[in-house]
Design a protein around this ligand. Structure first.
Ligand code: PLP
Length: 483
């Protein structure tokens, strides 16, 4: 399996899975994609139907990765996808399934269900891929006797998922910047209560953008970056995307009895990483009818899928919402889909994303390409705080199920795209406890708290407060890498 860049510089330049594993953007600024999507055969689909999650993950990853020995890869997926790691479930039986499917009911003739992706250590779907990344990185670094210092900025979900994936991993340190006193007590405690010596929480005196700017400044210092082996684990990482392909298959098998059936998925979306994995599953031949992109008030993606216009937002136009993990101004994985939409034409992709940088967007409305969006199964919708609160309340009253704000956006938009007889699977991307304030507003009660999290906020915390100054962060890294 070879990988190429969506912008196509150096047409002959191809990479293996392991070569792009630790990297981010391609050299030409594009994103990596496989040269061809592997197809699943009818026989494979039948055989995969009954596999445990870890072995299904192995089968799917093997199709994308041919430079890790099969026995090693299987050991890595088995180490990652265990009932002990994805244990924060509503009932014990479902832990073994890793991503249990919870049926809500039948609406407009369509079975409606939630695919639980947030039973991992940080209670958000990002654990699904990040836990595997932790093991893959450790494996790859050990093989070459290398080390890696991961530097990131977070306002919540991503940073904690990265820390829980990397804690205790040999050869890896994490330096995670978060805005001092700006995250919820729960999210702060999740990160800062980690006592592992390879995890460093830096509380930046400023807002999230200040933290982000520091990461950019440090990463742009190429000499420093090389000397201190600085890397990232952001959502464009190819291995993260491919790890997410697995649960589309798992969800499909759980919602159907035969491979002749089709299902639709609704995906609460921000950076387009999650739904991009759904697109890839569909390209591999999984019988997906629709991929429904659900956004919040930050409706960059909904606007595109309705109109063909992709218009990135300025910072001042980006709303802080009650589904904050979907608060984006542009969708960093979107280029992967655009590449396929344009028939894999790197020159046009390059031009369009130059237009994004220079003119703030592009318009495909008039081009024949936009019509193909529906051929790829894509539709969309958006939500607001009011619809979010209403949906949380409605799902609780009707189905006795508490859902988080992001999942609520998914359910709201899913309901606009139901088709009789076609199961609609909404991806549950987080547990309600992470966004307790809105749960209290909607339900006038406390969010459910998985047993392992009782007393989390009163655990001792380990973090360093730093000024919003890149040099201060560099000094901290130098002092704590012992290199
Ligand atoms: C990250 C996140 C999303 C958005 O996922 P993308 O892959 O960025 O589209 C949605 N919901 C929750 C809870 C998240 O943490």
């Amino acid at each position: 399996m070879n990988y190429l860049s969506t912008r196509g510089a150096g047409a002959g330049e191809r990479h293996t899975f392991s070569e792009i594993l630790l990297g981010g953007l391609a050299k030409d600024g594009g994103l990596y994609l496989p040269a061809d999507y592997p197809r699943v055969t009818a026989d494979e689909l039948t055989r995969w139907r009954t596999l445990p999650y870890a072995d299904l993950a192995f089968e799917i990853l093997s199709k994308f990765c041919d430079d890790i020995p099969a026995d090693d890869l299987r050991a890595l997926t088995r180490k990652t996808y265990t009932a002990a790691t994805y244990c924060n479930v509503r009932d014990d039986e479902s832990a073994a399934q890793i991503t249990p499917l919870k049926t809500l009911g039948v609406e407009d003739g369509a079975p409606l269900s939630l695919l639980e992706l947030s039973n991992g250590p940080t209670l958000a779907f990002k654990d699904m891929a990040m836990q595997l990344i932790g093991n893959l990185f450790e494996y790859a670094l050990a093989k070459h006797g290398e080390t890696l210092n991961i530097l990131g900025a977070t306002s919540g979900d991503t940073g904690s998922a990265a820390e829980y994936a990397m804690r205790g991993k040999k050869g890896i340190r994490v330096f995670m910047l978060s805005p001092h006193k700006k995250m919820s007590a729960f999210q702060t405690a999740q990160m800062y209560s980690l006592q592992d010596p390879n995890i460093f929480n830096l509380a930046v005196q400023g807002v999230f953008d200040d933290a982000q700017d520091i990461v950019k400044a440090v990463s742009n210092d190429h000499a420093f970056k090389a000397k201190y082996k600085i890397g990232t684990v952001n959502s464009i990482n190819w291995a993260r995307v491919v790890a997410q392909v697995v649960y589309y298959f798992k969800g499909y098998f759980a919602a159907t009895k035969s491979n002749a059936e089709r299902v639709s998925f609704t995906v609460p979306s921000g950076n387009f990483g999650n739904v991009c994995a759904g697109h890839i599953a569909r390209m591999m031949g999984l019988p997906i009818e629709k991929l429904v992109v659900a956004t919040n008030e930050n409706d960059v993606l909904d606007e595109f899928f309705r109109t063909g216009i992709y218009r990135v937002r300025k910072a001042a136009e980006t709303y802080h919402t009650s589904s904050p993990s979907m608060d984006i101004s542009k969708a960093s994985n979107f280029e992967r889909f655009v590449y396929d939409l344009l028939g894999r034409d790197p020159a046009r992709v390059l031009q369009l994303f130059r237009d994004v940088e220079e003119k703030g967007g592009f318009d495909l409305a008039a081009s024949g390409d936009f019509a193909r969006v529906r051929e790829f199964g894509f539709v969309s919708g958006s939500s607001s705080h009011d619809t979010r609160v209403d949906t949380i309340r409605d799902v609780f009253q009707r189905y006795d199920t508490m859902i988080d704000t992001h999942t609520a956006d998914g359910v709201k938009v899913a309901r606009e795209h139901l088709q009789p007889g076609i199961p609609m699977i909404v991806l549950e991307t987080a547990q309600p406890i992470k966004f307790g304030e809105t749960i209290r507003e909607a339900l006038l009660r406390e969010p459910e708290r998985p047993a392992a999290f009782s007393g989390l906020e009163s655990l001792p915390q380990r973090f360093e407060v730093v000024s919003a100054d890149a040099q201060r962060v560099k000094d901290f890294i130098v002092a704590n890498t012992g290199e």
